[in-house]
Design a protein around this ligand. Structure first.
Ligand code: ZN
Length: 233
């Protein structure tokens, strides 16, 4: 192995670095659904101990980003079409309620926040940052829930969004974002115009399109070489 130079003081702890690298690979669709995250291979790739890898995989499991199987290890989630439909169904029901709550009642400041967010999505798309696109697209929907004042719902809804971000990354890695910013703009316009039918349709069609794209590729399969993927990290 090549000698390692001493890291500068500001470098994040190794477990944070490994966590960020695996999360990033997941959100960019670089890991195949069902692939095993082998401790030994990851430890070799990152040049750290298996204990560090185990700690990171446990954290990713709590975050719902990987599946932990007792005595078998950690795996990239491999949801069935049924699992995927269930999660999008939950989003459809919740976000229809959010649209009803917000339609025609957005304050000037709230409109400004939504518009500014869409601008940042457009910027990330232009810069070609897949990870930022996915993160910002999810945050748009979280912002709507926040503006609707549904604090009790936020933690649960964040998990649903995290799942759909992962599904998109696993099965539809071809595009930068899981949400088109013009679809978000269309929704904002309908909310501002207090046109409830148009706003509900915009949200319903938007989520249905995301679901269709994921389902169309949900049978994708393949292996991942962990050493090749993370070896240079
Ligand atoms: Zn969206």
């Amino acid at each position: 192995m090549a000698p390692r130079t001493k890291p500068p003081l500001e470098e994040p702890p190794v477990d944070e670095r490994v966590h960020a690298a695996i999360t990033s690979a997941l959100l960019q669709g670089k890991l195949a659904p069902g692939a095993q995250l082998v401790e030994r291979d990851l430890a070799a790739a990152f040049g750290c101990t298996r204990g560090t890898i185990r700690k990171v995989l446990t954290r990713l499991g709590f975050e719902g980003k990987v599946t932990l199987a007792a005595n078998r290890g950690a795996f990239v989630p491999s949801p069935s079409a049924h699992d995927i439909r269930e999660v999008y169904r939950a989003r459809q029901l919740i976000e229809a309620g959010v649209v009803v709550a917000l339609c025609g009642s957005l304050t000037v400041q709230q409109k400004r926040r939504l518009r500014a967010h869409v601008k940042s999505e457009e910027r990330a798309l232009k810069e070609g940052s897949v990870e930022d696109c996915v993160r910002l697209a999810g945050q748009f929907h979280l912002l709507l829930v926040e503006l609707a004042g549904a604090a009790e719902l936020q933690a649960f809804f964040a998990q649903l969004v995290a799942k759909t971000e992962l599904y998109k990354a696993l099965f539809d890695p071809s595009k930068g974002s899981n949400c088109a910013s013009d679809e978000h703009s269309r929704l904002i316009e309908a909310l501002e115009a207090a046109d409830l039918d148009a706003a509900l349709a915009a949200m319903r069609e938007h989520l249905a399109e995301l679901e269709d794209r994921v389902l169309a590729r949900a049978d994708a399969k393949g292996g991942t070489d962990l050493v090749a993927l993370f070896g240079g990290a």
